[in-house]
Ligand binder design. Structure first.
Ligand code: ZN
Ligand code: ZN
Ligand code: FE
Length: 761
């Protein structure tokens, strides 16, 4: 006699498509002798199962507790239904509901199974550079629309051969419904091109690219989310040439090596860093450089850290495979001119890359969305993101509470935009600095794509207060065209809200947000950047900040560090002594013009920027007088700080104003007395850390706040972060820092979205 049948309808939401979820359900149902079906819908996965109660319980238990490695279950609803008369369990065709949505999986690093097959001469995909399965491979970069099925990806151009088709249709196969499944016979192929000629295809193309790299040439490599520029990282002339062609004077290049063992020859790797390097995302991880490393200094000038990643596609594995005489480390920097977005389309590759690379290792699998590599560092054993992109985007961030459907357009630098819907914040991949037309186009295309993908029709828009940000202008125009309410959110308030959301914060207790960064438009029309804001998602009070100084030339002061230093001294009433390096860096005419500018406030808006205070200190100490990228002088100042120094410079604080004058006097006295730059830098950092805890102690008395949220690009200074965090924690504060999104302006859209969402009813 058979047990009584029960029926169950199960709806699963989360990251459940393109991650092997249906075959997993199929295998689980068959194992528990259940009948019924499973299918993808546009809001997730739907299952109907019939069986005995114990079988159903076992099924549900495993469904919740042993999902496939890349899956993420956000909600699971079950409804008891009358059992139907199924004779078996089957996987049904996808059903699209035009209004609903499901999260799309990010692109995933090649899995261990595929890696084994790649290097197994017996395997039919031996050395096939596009091998993948349900647990790995391209996703977001090839998806044109949902549901995630092959015809809606760039793999639609490649009809499967019979062997791939058999694997694709076999529910118990590792490649069941793996949309990008392919092989040598039917899938994409690589080719090697130089001087307008195709010189080799398939394995020979990879071999030729390796020969050229070995010879010190620069080769553009088409990867997952765009092109990289590669060269031998131990070859000084190759690295110099790449730097010259890219017009990227000092920013560090990312590096790639075949294995952890090879990275270990150049860097120290802690256990947590190893976990990050080998995680499914395979981000670039900033590691401490070993003195004996043979990587040329030009790959990362003036840096103590090197940014390393492991190969994340089969093509990268074949490219970096160790061999006698082959470089152990490759530079793998994004394939673009400095500041432009990464190149990703075949038709633009020659136009954009021919002046940069000697040759191109090309392939014919289309990239629908460009995605840059992600960058993280490990801080106190946890991920501290610097750029959230490949492998992470477009995974949604789960919000503490529901948010209305809206679009937040983000900031000007390191732009990322954000769409929210219910409890999801779809934070885009890294768009970049919105300083040129190319990036603006990339931003607009990205927004359209995400809105289509997630079926989000924004009911409101959120933007920065800065009237000249290209992103803000886009939002203003769109709000007029589509008659949507626009919420302009103060930059440092967005930092505070982003840090709270990043930590799942969900209560009304006031928090002290310490937003230290370079630039943010203030409500009084000045440029803020050292803000102690007390409040939360719903609002804030500006409780303390650095005393205003003029910013000569406005945004130009970012590059002209010596002028910033002189502006700071001028504001502190300190003479420009001729022996000071920033004084020497300017000719008498420039100094006279600068004096006039400062006195009359001509093109010299006021600022409380913390970033500029660091720049000024670096210039006064003679570290550098001009910067080629924002924050460069500050980063070099940090690198010099002596960790064993514990003296501090004072930052007196009254009526919410932090005055750096006393600090400047002592710093100059030390410098004139010949105290080492290392000690002075440390005293400067120590002083700011001590100031943060002193100010917080005072604000705690006034506002009763005991939680501190640290956000803003200055918190990427690890010397300052470590010191401040320790002091604040020792003083009994709870300190929130970023873990999912960067502390820099890559977090702004998230903060804007929540602040605006609270105001929108
Ligand atoms: Zn795989
Ligand atoms: Zn095939
Ligand atoms: Fe900022």
């Amino acid at each position: 006699m058979t047990a009584a049948l029960s029926g169950l309808r199960v709806r699963v939401r989360g990251i459940v498509q393109g991650v092997g979820f249906r075959p997993f359900v199929y295998a689980l149902a068959v194992r528990n002798q259940l009948t019924g079906w499973v299918r993808n819908t546009s809001h997730g996965v739907e299952i109907e199962v019939n069986g005995s109660e114990p079988q159903l319980d076992a099924f549900l238990e495993a469904l919740q507790n042993q999902p496939p490695p890349l899956a993420r279950i956000d909600t699971l609803e079950t409804v008891v239904i009358n059992p139907d008369r199924f004779t078996r369990f089957e996987i049904l065709e996808s059903q699209a509901d035009p209004n609903d949505f499901i999260p799309v999986s990010p692109d995933m690093t090649i899995c261990p199974d595929c890696q084994r097959e790649l290097f197994n001469p017996q395997d039919r995909r031996y050395r096939y550079p596009f091998i993948n399965c349900t647990n790995c491979g391209p996703r977001f970069t090839i998806v044109k629309d949902i549901p995630y099925d092959r015809p809606l990806t760039t793999m639609a151009d490649f009809p499967m051969c019979s062997e791939c088709g058999a694997e694709y249709h076999d529910p118990l196969n590792r490649r069941f419904h793996a949309q990008p499944v392919a092989c040598q016979e039917c899938g994409p192929q690589v080719r090697f091109e130089a001087g307008g000629q195709q010189l080799a295809v398939k394995d020979a193309a990879i071999k030729m690219a390796r020969e050229w790299l070995k010879d010190g040439k620069i080769v553009a490599i088409k990867g997952l989310g765009g092109y990289h520029l590669a060269c031998d990282a131990t070859n000084p002339s190759a690295v110099d040439e790449l730097r010259l062609r890219k017009k990227r004077s000092d920013k560090p290049f990312a590096l790639m090596a075949f294995s952890l063992e090879q990275i270990e020859q150049h860097c120290l790797i802690t256990a947590a860093e190893q976990d990050a390097l080998t995680s499914p995302q395979h981000p670039i991880v900033l590691l401490q450089r070993k003195p004996e490393s043979t990587i040329v200094p030009g790959a990362a000038p003036q840096q103590m850290n090197l940014g390393f990643m492991l190969p994340y596609t089969p093509l990268h594995l074949l490219l970096t495979e160790p061999a006698p005489g082959f470089p152990s480390v490759l530079v793998m920097t994004s394939g673009n001119l400095s500041e432009e977005p990464i190149a990703y389309r075949d038709d633009e590759s020659h136009e954009r890359l021919d002046s940069l690379a000697d040759a191109i290792l090309q392939h014919n699998r289309g990239i629908h969305m460009r995605v840059d590599d992600s960058v993280v560092r490990i801080h106190r054993g946890k991920t501290y993101p610097l750029r959230r992109s490949r492998g992470y985007a477009p995974d949604p961030i789960l919000l503490p509470v529901d948010n209305p459907s809206l679009l937040a357009v983000g900031a000007e630098l390191k732009n990322v935009f954000c769409l929210t819907r219910e409890r999801y914040a779809f934070l885009s991949h890294f768009i970049g600095d919105m300083e040129n037309y190319e990036t603006l186009v990339s931003f607009e295309e990205g927004i359209r794509h995400y809105e289509r993908l997630y079926r989000v029709q924004p009911k409101a828009l959120a933007a920065d207060l800065h009237p000249d940000y290209l992103a803000t202008r886009y939002a203003i125009q769109r709000s007029q065209e589509e008659n949507l309410p626009l919420y302009q959110v103060q930059h440092h308030h967005a930092h505070l809200a982003a840090c709270l959301a990043d930590n799942g914060w969900n209560n009304d207790e006031p928090v002290i947000g310490i937003s230290f960064d370079g630039t943010g438009y203030g409500t009084d029309g000045t440029i803020w950047g050292s803000e102690f804001l007390v409040g939360g998602y719903d609002g804030y009070q500006r409780a303390a900040h650095l005393k205003y100084v003029p910013l000569p030339g406005g945004d130009q002061a970012v590059r002209k560090v010596s002028r910033m230093a002189l502006a700071h001294l001028w504001a502190a009433g300190i003479d420009w002594e001729p022996e000071l390096k920033p004084v020497q860096a300017l000719c008498p005419e420039e100094r006279a013009a600068l004096t006039g500018q400062l006195k009359h406030g001509l093109n010299a808006p006021l600022t409380s920027s913390m970033g500029r205070l660091f720049d000024a200190a670096a210039a006064i100490l003679g570290i550098r007088q001009t910067a080629t990228y924002e924050g460069q002088a500050a980063i070099e100042l940090e690198m010099l700080a002596d960790p064993d120094e514990d003296e501090i410079y004072p930052f007196p604080f009254s009526d919410g104003i932090i005055d750096p004058e006393a600090m400047w006097s002592m710093l100059l006295k030390d410098w004139q007395a010949g105290i080492s730059v290392n000690k002075i830098s440390a005293r400067f950092h120590n002083g700011i850390a001590q100031m943060t805890v002193d100010v917080c102690a005072r604000l705690k008395k006034i506002y009763g706040a005991n939680t501190i949220a640290l956000s803003g690009g200055v918190w990427q200074n690890m010397f300052l972060l470590n010191k401040s965090q320790t002091l604040l924690e020792n003083a009994g504060f709870t300190v929130l820092i970023h873990h999912q999104v960067p502390a820099n302006d890559g977090c702004i859209a998230l903060g804007q979205a929540i602040v605006a969402g609270r105001q929108f009813i």
